[in-house]
Write a protein that binds this ligand. Structure first.
Ligand code: MN
Length: 228
């Protein structure tokens, strides 16, 4: 088989303590998964079914790279999130079997053009222009579950220029990691290489050029990037 042009480069994420890399297939993001964040966005925190949107594998920004302030916006928000990286998948995965699909975890940011997302919400249109833009998914190196276990509690925070802006605990997730994997697998065929961003705690807000972002998930690690 001969390609009409060279196929795009496979996006990969480093694995901590290894020279192997994780090849990214799809990126699923869950919305409003912490009650306090649902409230700050003007929604009811009751346990409604989870909802999802996607980013593109090429939207990943690796640690050590700068986050370029994107165009067509004046309100880019940070959302600190635990990333779950899958080593296997399938359809209709039972909750009890879901964690068997997990390769490991990372610290990620769901960077959001909030002004564009807000306009799309109001018009009932898709969120891509607010969510799935270049470099919108900064992610740390992954830590294998064999090293860290499967975190279900622990601090999650984001500092900007050493000041705490977001703070929460993984135990505040409305939909837990196995439930999210199981639910997603009823809608999509999950695969090795899929990444799930698990939602953000309260305190989202705008970033400016020059800001130093430092995200942390207890037991998983840190992510540091600078907005340029
Ligand atoms: Mn998010």
């Amino acid at each position: 088989m001969k390609y009409v042009f060279s196929p795009p480069k496979q996006t990969t994420i480093p694995v901590r303590g290894s020279d192997e890399v994780f090849p990214v297939h799809r990126i699923y993001c869950v919305g409003r998964n912490y009650a306090a964040h649902a409230i700050e966005m003007g929604h009811d925190p009751d346990r409604e079914p989870p909802f999802f949107f996607q980013k593109n594998p090429g939207n990943i920004l690796l640690e050590g790279e700068d986050f370029p302030y994107p165009g067509k916006t004046s309100d880019v928000h940070h959302e600190i999130e635990l990333a779950v990286a899958l080593k296997s998948g399938g359809s209709d995965i039972p909750v009890e079997a879901a964690l068997d699909c997990v390769f490991g975890y990372g610290v990620s940011l769901d960077m959001t053009r909030r002004d564009l997302q807000g306009q799309m919400k109001k018009l009932g249109r898709p969120w891509e222009i607010g969510k799935a833009f270049e470099n919108s998914a900064p992610c740390s190196a992954l830590i294998p579950a064999g090293d860290t276990g499967h975190p279900d509690h622990g601090a999650v925070w984001l500092k900007i220029n050493d000041e705490v802006r977001q703070e929460g605990d993984l135990n505040q997730m409305i939909w837990k990691i196995p439930e999210m994997i199981s639910y997603l697998s009823e809608l999509f065929t999950l695969q090795a290489g899929d990444i799930i961003l698990t939602g953000t705690p309260a305190g989202v807000g705008p970033v400016q050029r020059g800001d130093r972002l430092h995200g942390h998930v207890e037991g998983v690690g840190d992510l540091k990037i600078t907005v340029v």
